[in-house]
Design a protein around this ligand. Structure first.
Ligand code: B12
Ligand code: SF4
Length: 488
C-alpha cells in the first residue's frame, strides 16, 4: 500500500499586482476559492491565503512545531511573468522542501508546457486548464511516498518533474457544463470574509470561456463557453443568504459581482436567472448585482440589430449596481482591428443611451491604441470619448489608461505558436492597455508624440496623464481627455 504524508498545508499565493495598480489585492482569488472548495470536499487540507506575495513583503504564519508538507499554489498571468518567476524563486529559497504548483491563464495559453517549465525551474508542477479536474489527484500523488508516478501519468494538462523523469501532457483540462454545475457552493473561509469586507463585494464566476474571439484575448482554453444554470445561480444566492444570516459571511456578501467574460452570452439562461430574481422578493430585496459583459450580447434578432429591451428592463428591475462592459473600441476602425464581437460603434452608443435612460451605471473598458493606428484615428477616438462622456454624463464612466506603454515581450508570448501580431496587444479586461512600440506604427509623428506624452509630469492636483483614469468622475475624465487631445 502506498503511504501518504497527511494533512498538507496548501498556500494560495495569488495576490499579485502590477506596480501602480490601484486596486486593493484580494487574497482569495476565484481560482483559490474554487480549488480550495474542491480540495476541502475531497481531502483534509488546511488552506492559507497570502494577501501579499513574498517578493512584496508578504509573510506566512505557519502552525508552530508541526512539520506538515507545504504546497504552494501560484497563478501565472502573462503580464506578471517576471514577478511570478521571482516569487517562485523566493518560495523555493524560503521553503526548500515545499512543492510549488503553477496554474492560471499564463499556463493555459501555452501550447507546450516544456519550454514554459524551463522558466520556472524551481516549480514542481504546471497545470493547464481548469484546475478542479486534477488538483486533488495531483496533490495526492505528490504526497505519496514515493511519489505516485502512475497516478501522475494518467493526468491531463500536467507538467511534472520528479528526479530525472518528466511527465508532460499538453491537453488542457476542460470542465463540462455538468461538472461546473456540480462544483461545491461558496465556502466562508476567513480570508474570503476579510476580502469581502474590504472590497464590499462577493465575486462570482458564473461561466467559463467566451464565444467571441477578440484579437487581443489570450486566455481561451474552452472550445465553447459553459455556464452555471439559472437554477444553480439562484441556489447559490440562497446559500449566500443563509451564510450571511448565520454570520458566516459578512453582510457585504449581498453585493454580488459577476466577473464572467460575458455574463449575458447565453440569453436564455440570463433571462431565466434575472426573471427568477425579479420575481422572488427575498432575492430582489436582499441582493445587488454588478455584471461584466460585451456590447454584442445586448442585441438580438437574426442579424443582432435589435436592442434586447426585455434584458434591459429586467436589469433595471432588479438591483443592478453597475455594468462593466468590454466595449474596447471607440472608433469603427479600432473595433474592426480588435475583431470585437459583431457590433458597430453606433450600436454601442445606442446601448449606452438605453442604459442611461434606465439609470444604470456603465463602466466601459477602453483600448485606446492598436499597433497600426494612425494619428488621425487616435484623435477621432479621443473626440468620440469626450462626446460620449458629454452625452451620458449621469451614467457613463470609462476605465482607461492614458499612458501609452511599450509592451515588454515575454518569453511566454514567444512560445505561442504562430501568434498573429495582434495578440501582442494585451488587454487585461480591466484597465491597463499597452501600446506595443516594438510593432510598426504607421505614423512616425504619433510614435514620437507618444513618447513625449509619457514624459509629461501630472499637472495640477488631479490632472493625470500616464495614470489610470479609474474612479474619476465623468467631468474629470473629460478634462483629462481634452488635455490629452490637445497634446496630440
Ligand atoms: C476577475 C479578474 C480579475 C480580478 C480577480 C478578483 C478575484 N477575486 O479573483 C482582479 C481585478 C483582481 C484581476 C487582476 C488581474 N488580472 Co484579471 N481577470 C479576471 C477575470 C475577469 C476572471 C478571473 C477568474 O476569476 N476566473 C474564474 C477562475 C475560476 O478561473 P481562473 O482564474 O482561470 O482559474 C482556473 C484555472 O486557470 C486554473 N488555475 C488558476 N490558477 C491556478 C493555480 C494552480 C496552482 C492550479 C493548479 C490551477 C490554477 O484553475 C482555476 C479553476 O479552474 C479574468 C478573465 C477570465 N474570465 O478568466 C481576467 C484575467 C485573468 N486577468 C488578467 C490580468 C492580465 C490581470 C492582472 C495581471 C491585471 C494587472 N495588470 O495587474 C491582474 C493579476 C491578478 C493575479 N493575481 O493574477 C488576464 C490574464 C491574461 C493572461 N493570459 O495571462 C485575464 C485572462 C483577462 C484577459 N482576457 O486578458 N483580475
Ligand atoms: S476580450 Fe472578452 S469578449 Fe473578447 S474574446 Fe476575450 S473574453 Fe471574450
Amino acid at each position: 500500500m502506498i503511504k501518504r504524508h497527511k494533512n498538507p498545508i496548501i498556500i494560495f499565493d495569488m495576490a499579485f499586482r502590477e506596480k501602480g495598480d490601484p486596486r486593493s489585492p484580494c487574497a482569495v482569488t476565484l481560482a483559490a476559492m474554487s480549488l480550495t472548495q474542491v480540495l476541502l470536499k475531497k481531502m483534509r487540507v488546511r488552506p492559507l491565503f497570502m494577501p501579499r506575495p513574498l517578493i512584496y513583503g508578504g509573510t506566512i504564519k505557519l502552525p508552530q512545531n508541526k512539520k506538515k508538507p507545504l504546497i504552494f499554489a501560484v497563478s501565472l498571468s502573462d503580464v506578471l511573468f517576471e514577478q511570478v518567476q521571482k516569487e517562485v524563486k523566493a518560495i523555493r529559497s524560503a521553503y526548500p522542501d515545499a512543492c510549488i504548483i503553477i496554474g492560471g491563464p499564463g499556463v493555459n495559453t501555452c501550447n507546450d508546457l516544456k519550454p514554459l517549465a524551463a522558466f520556472f525551474k524551481d516549480a514542481n508542477a504546471l497545470v493547464k486548464g481548469d484546475g478542479e479536474l486534477v488538483i486533488v489527484d495531483l496533490i495526492k500523488a505528490i504526497l505519496s511516498c514515493p511519489v505516485d508516478e502512475e497516478k501522475i501519468k494518467k493526468l491531463k494538462g500536467i507538467y511534472f518533474q520528479h528526479g530525472r523523469a518528466i511527465y508532460c501532457n499538453n491537453e488542457a483540462n476542460v470542465l463540462t457544463e455538468k461538472q461546473l454545475n456540480n462544483l461545491p457552493y461558496i465556502y466562508p473561509f476567513p480570508g474570503l470574509k476579510k476580502d469581502i469586507k474590504k472590497e464590499g463585494v462577493l465575486p462570482i464566476s458564473a461561466s467559463r470561456g467566451c464565444k467571441y474571439r477578440c484579437v487581443f484575448c489570450s486566455h481561451k482554453y474552452h472550445p465553447c463557453p459553459i455556464y452555471l444554470s439559472a437554477r444553480r445561480l439562484v441556489r447559490e444566492l440562497i446559500n449566500i443568504e443563509a451564510l450571511i444570516s448565520s454570520n458566516k459571511l459578512p453582510k457585504e456578501a449581498s453585493s454580488i459581482g459577476f466577473i464572467d467574460d460575458d455574463f449575458f452570452q447565453d440569453r436564455g439562461r440570463t433571462i431565466r436567472f434575472l426573471s427568477k430574481v425579479s420575481k422572488a422578493a427575498s432575492l430582489k430585496n436582499k441582493f445587488s448585482f454588478s455584471f461584466q459583459g460585451t456590447i454584442g450580447s445586448f442585441f438580438k434578432g437574426k442579424r443582432k440589430k435589435n436592442l434586447d429591451t426585455k434584458l434591459l428592463n429586467l436589469l433595471a428591475e432588479i438591483n443592478t449596481r453597475n455594468l462593466f462592459l468590454g466595449t474596447d473600441g471607440f472608433h469603427p476602425q479600432t473595433l474592426k482591428y480588435l475583431r470585437k464581437g459583431g457590433y458597430s460603434f453606433e450600436m454601442a452608443l445606442n446601448l449606452m443611451r438605453e442604459l442611461d435612460q434606465r439609470n444604470i451605471i456603465q463602466y466601459h473598458f477602453v483600448i485606446l491604441t492598436y499597433p497600426t493606428m494612425s494619428r488621425g484615428v487616435l484623435k477621432e477616438t479621443i473626440k468620440n470619448l469626450i462626446q460620449t462622456l458629454g452625452k451620458f454624463k449621469r451614467t457613463v464612466v470609462f476605465s482607461i489608461k492614458l499612458s501609452l506603454k511599450a509592451f515588454a515581450e515575454t518569453p511566454l508570448i514567444d512560445s505561442l505558436e504562430g501568434s498573429p501580431e495582434g495578440r501582442l496587444l494585451s488587454a487585461d479586461g480591466n484597465a491597463i492597455k499597452r501600446l506595443p512600440f516594438d510593432l510598426t506604427i504607421e505614423d512616425p509623428a504619433l510614435r514620437r508624440d507618444c513618447r513625449r506624452i509619457l514624459s509629461i509630469k501630472p499637472r495640477g492636483e488631479r490632472m493625470t496623464i500616464g495614470r489610470m483614469l479609474i474612479g474619476y468622475n465623468a467631468k474629470d475624465q473629460k478634462t483629462a481627455l481634452s488635455l490629452f487631445l490637445s497634446l496630440l
